[in-house]
Design a protein around this ligand. Structure first.
Ligand SMILES: [Zn+2]
Length: 300
């Protein structure tokens, strides 16, 4: 575990479309948390799933971040350039018999995998059958101290089950790529939406299997739209625009429970917000509806 005087945070969007207000909140939070600790803030493009991505999205997302003066350190890391590293991590797990091949169909499998293929001797010709690769989880507890939500624990076998690290379509799973890249980029602090909270025990367990160091985690309330569903690119949430960045920043700060500074100058407001950033003020809840945040002051 790294101390705060060595802080490296990151924002890691998947380029399935432009950033919407929910992703802006996550970007602002991780940016302010890093800057308030004089840390570095990296951007990683999680472009591992081409069928779900838009080729123009990475450039649009980077332009949106620049519009909001969320300026990152160093080069943007594209996961599509990291396939060799994921393959090496997968091989290391396979060599130690920590994985198994699974033939189960995804939509027939309950969310906690029941271990169907775990001990099956696949005598049939696996090479010709599409299989996913699952990591064997231990019957143990995995816990961590979330900087916002406090102590969180899961029983890996009951709550999570053996999980996929390489999909049937041969694409590396999000869980594997994130863990390998957080270690590669020496990430010390992960600040992200609570929609990823369930991924955290998987990532901690994978970290342990790969003997990587574990970052600190903070999970933010996810922003729900007026319909009560998470704002998402799939649900065509409106992209953020640079027409009035100050009002969107104010709204994001409000969502994060932070002091909202009444300044018309965007740059100044962002800088002061980094000085004032207090993670203790972030609501300790998994979600917030956008209706609760919007008020007339912020519409201007
Ligand atoms: Zn299976």
């Amino acid at each position: 575990m790294n101390s705060d005087n060595h802080y490296i945070g990151r924002f890691a969007p998947s380029p399935s479309g432009p950033l919407h207000f929910g992703s802006l909140v996550a970007a602002v939070a991780s940016f302010l948390d890093a800057r308030s600790k004089n840390g570095q803030w990296l951007v990683r493009m999680e472009d591992l799933d081409p069928p779900r991505e838009s080729p123009s999205a990475p450039a649009v997302i980077l332009k949106q971040l620049k519009d909001f003066e969320l300026v990152w350190d160093g080069q943007v890391l594209f996961q599509s350039t990291r396939l060799d590293a994921y393959a090496a991590a997968l091989k290391s797990l396979q060599d130690r018999h920590l994985t198994f091949q699974c033939r189960c169909s995804r939509n027939k499998t309950p969310s906690v995998y029941p271990g169907t293929c775990r001990d099956a001797a696949h005598t049939e010709n696996l090479a010709t059958l599409p299989t996913s690769t699952r990591l064997r989880v231990d019957p143990c507890e995995v816990g961590f101290e979330d900087r916002i939500l406090g102590r969180k624990t899961w029983h890996l076998q009951h709550d999570v089950g053996d999980f996929i690290i390489r999909r049937k379509d041969r694409l590396f799973a999000y869980q594997l790529a994130v863990v390998v890249d957080d270690a590669y980029q020496n990430i010390t602090h992960v600040v992200r939406g609570s929609d990823l909270l369930d991924s955290t025990p998987r990532q901690i367990f994978l970290n342990q299997c790969l003997h990587l160091s574990q970052p600190n985690y903070a999970h933010l309330p996810v922003i729900l739209g007026e319909d009560g569903f998470k704002l998402s690119k799939q649900a065509m949430a409106r992209p953020i625009s640079n027409e009035n960045p100050s009002s969107l920043l104010k709204l994001a700060l409000k969502a994060l429970g932070q002091k909202v500074i009444d300044s018309i100058d965007y740059s100044e407001m962002l800088a002061v917000s980094a000085l004032n950033w207090d993670i203790e003020r972030v609501p300790k809840t998994l979600s917030q509806n956008i209706i609760e945040l919007t008020d007339e002051d912020l519409q201007k």
